[in-house]
Design a protein around this ligand. Structure first.
Ligand code: GH3
Ligand code: MG
Ligand code: MG
Length: 454
């Protein structure tokens, strides 16, 4: 390394030498001329004396000139060395600057990609939107390679292809079917396989239709648990760029974090809207959902259910058995009714149900099935026998839910008074409550249905 001080010192030395050499030469020549002329004269006069003088001068000056040449040559070489060192240092510095420029440009590109990706994920409101962002990011991260996202289902036992792209439209189609069977997911580590034929390549890469391939597998974690993998393939022995690994890792990290956040939010929302014992809607979310059901063009039936003599069951078999009975009743309701019926635990051992696009007669039929299924489920579940009473009505145009529930509750009260284990339908025509079950139930329901058809 040549310092600036050294360089200036050498330049000053060379300059001094250039100035001093001719001056010193003249002085030395002047001084040496005297003994040379004297020596010439001592050998005679005329041309011979000149020759002797010149010869003496040459003999004396020659070594001096030689020394001068050596000194100046050495100085020149020193200067040349310094120049060479400086030149190579300069080109090295230029090279480093170029490399840093490229690195800075890559970093800038990565930062821009990261911030756009984070922004897109932040705007994604549900998992399908997050998956869409991931799929669109593939084109930016690995533009020419088949790549896919495999995510575990709720059971964590199966990996499902959630997104996939490829230059010819075909994703890599890895055959792995569970996170435990994927080395990247199992080890929670990025895996790079240079050639599917290598001894230590993932077995799932062999025998692909594309033949020999290389692969990059980046695990996706949600809240610290590896739940999937981003899998990209390329030509065998193809060099995988560090920047690509970093970009896919960033994509996996940000997408996993967003999905995790969305799942926590969904879980919190679910917890806030459901009853913890039964998993049914709670009173507040039931009211909100029923308010959103249109009831002007199509009938919407609403039922109240109350378990019969539930206090006795609790007192006789214990609170734990009572809880099991409540859970069983909730499960029977869920399994017997339609997926879009709104079922809630309204409080204690009371349940409210709304049947969108369903008349009270059809709802009565559905609740008859519930009662039958309950009986069977109690036997299978080994619980003490219990029954339920129901009151049913229909929402009238523009009616508040509170008024509808009051009517359903009135019908339920009639069911209780009539001996329990009953379905009582509030008849909108006569505005009276009609029992629908216990002996004549089916018959009455069918009659009502026929009347409605007419
Ligand atoms: P009826 O047939 O008239 O409805 O009589 P009932 O005994 O069912 O009604 P009552 O209102 O007298 O008693 C309701 C019981 O439900 C009392 C209460 O301890 C029980 N209960 C309410 N919530 C729960 C719960 O979360 N778990 C359990 N195990 N029991 C509950
Ligand atoms: Mg009760
Ligand atoms: Mg009650």
């Amino acid at each position: 390394m040549v310092t600036e001080e050294e360089w200036h010192g050498e330049m000053a030395k060379a300059k001094r030498l250039r100035f001093i050499s001719p001056l010193a030469g003249l002085v030395v020549l002047g001084i040496l001329t005297v003994p040379a002329v004297a020596a010439g004269r001592s050998f005679g006069s005329g041309f011979a004396s000149y020759l002797v003088t010149a010869g003496v001068l040459i003999v004396i000056i020659l070594p001096l000139v030689y020394v001068l040449v050596i000194v100046s040559d050495r100085q020149q070489r020193k200067t040349d060395d310094k120049v060479r060192a400086l030149t190579s240092e300069l080109s090295e510095a230029i090279e480093i600057a170029d490399r840093e420029g490229v690195t800075r440009e890559l970093q800038g590109h990565r930062q821009r990609f990261e911030s756009r990706l984070a922004n897109a994920l932040d705007m994604a409101e549900g998992e399908p939107e997050v998956i869409d962002v991931i799929e669109r990011s593939f084109a930016a991260v690995v533009p020419d390679a088949p790549v896919e996202l495999l995510l575990a289902d709720n059971s964590h036992a199966h990996l499902l292809r959630m997104a996939g792209v490829g230059p010819e439209g075909e994703p890599p189609c890895c055959s792995v079917d569970s996170p435990d069977r994927c080395p990247a997911a199992r080890r929670a580590q990025v895996q790079v396989f240079g050639d599917s034929d290598h001894l230590d390549a993932c077995p799932k890469l062999r025998n692909r239709p594309q033949g020999r391939i290389s692969a990059l597998c980046v695990p996706v974690s949600i809240m610290g648990r590896t739940v999937g993998v981003i899998h990209a393939t390329g030509k065998a022995e193809a060099q995988v760029e560090d920047s690509q690994i970093q970009d896919i890792t960033t994509l996996a990290k940000l997408a996993g974090a967003r999905i995790g956040l969305l799942r926590v939010m969904a879980e919190t929302q679910l917890q806030a809207s459901t009853d913890t014992l039964t998993g049914l809607l709670n009173r507040r979310s039931f009211s909100e959902k029923v308010a959103a059901v249109p009831h002007n063009l199509h009938p919407v039936a609403v039922a109240m259910a109350d378990l019969d003599h539930f206090k006795n069951l609790n007192d006789t078999y214990g609170h734990e058995t009572g809880d099991r009975a409540l859970r069983l009743f909730a499960r029977v309701l869920r399994d017997s009714l339609r997926a879009h019926d709104l079922i809630s635990r309204y409080g204690g051992e009371e349940f409210a149900i709304a049947f969108p696009d369903c008349s009270s007669v059809d709802a009565t039929r559905a609740l008859n099935t519930v009662a039958a299924q309950l009986d069977a489920a109690i036997t299978v579940g080994g619980l003490p026998k219990f029954t339920s009473s129901f009151g049913i009505t229909e929402i009238e145009p523009g009616e508040e839910l509170a008024a509808v529930l009051r009517r359903a509750d009135d019908a339920l009260l009639v069911a209780k008074r009539s001996g329990r284990d009953q379905i009582v339908l509030h008849d909108p025509g006569t505005k009276s409550n009609v029992p629908q079950r216990n002996g004549s139930t089916t018959h009455q329901v069918e009659e009502l249905a026929r009347a409605e058809r007419i």
